[in-house]
Ligand binder design. Structure first.
Ligand code: FES
Ligand code: FES
Length: 172
């Protein structure tokens, strides 16, 4: 349990059933009413690609898709995800089982160094390109405004996004 849950969990919060889809799989989970989505993913389901960092919605390391929209799993109560489709970085991949073009672009363009922020960045970029395949520079900046990287100058990240846009444009 995170320190925020220890501090913020109401006494006697009840167990609730959570039915949702995670990475395409229908799930029925018993979760405490005070539990965050981030804890369910990482601690209960061992989906540790979603990173835990600030836990106050500032860094974007915990970004996942909920019904296709990027959200901070650290700020989302698990019970709020009932009936939703959740996609974590483990659920992102090419149709043939390989890596997604966005992931390949990050690898080839040096879009990461320690890589802690990378899953959240890829989730944010995927959400952007799924809704806007040819985004302006401002749209890219806006889409990544909730993702902090502490160890690159963002140059590699921006090149990776541009490369991913080109590959997606060229894809049949
Ligand atoms: S861990 Fe969720 S925004 Fe930082
Ligand atoms: S690569 Fe280290 S925080 Fe982004």
């Amino acid at each position: 349990m995170s320190k925020h849950e220890m501090l913020g969990a109401p006494r006697g919060a009840k167990q609730r059933e959570l039915a949702c889809t995670i990475n395409g799989e229908d799930m029925k989970l018993e979760v405490n009413g005070a539990k965050r989505l981030l804890s369910v993913l990482r601690d209960d389901l061992a989906l540790t690609g979603t990173k835990r960092s600030c836990e106050i919605g500032r860094c974007g390391a915990c970004m996942v898709l909920v019904d296709g929209k990027p959200i901070n799993a650290c700020l989302t109560m698990a019970y709020q995800c009932a009936g939703k489709q959740i996609t974590t970085i483990e659920g992102i991949g090419a149709a043939d089982g390989g890596i997604e073009p966005i992931q390949r672009a990050f690898l080839e363009e040096g879009g990461f160094q320690c890589g802690y922020c990378t899953p959240g960045m890829i989730i944010s970029v995927k959400a952007l390109l799924d809704r806007s395949p040819d985004p302006s520079e401002e749209e890219v900046e806006e889409a990544l405004s909730g993702n902090i990287c502490r160890c690159t100058g963002y140059g590699g990240i921006k090149r990776a996004v541009q490369r991913a846009i080109e590959w997606r444009r060229e894809a049949p």
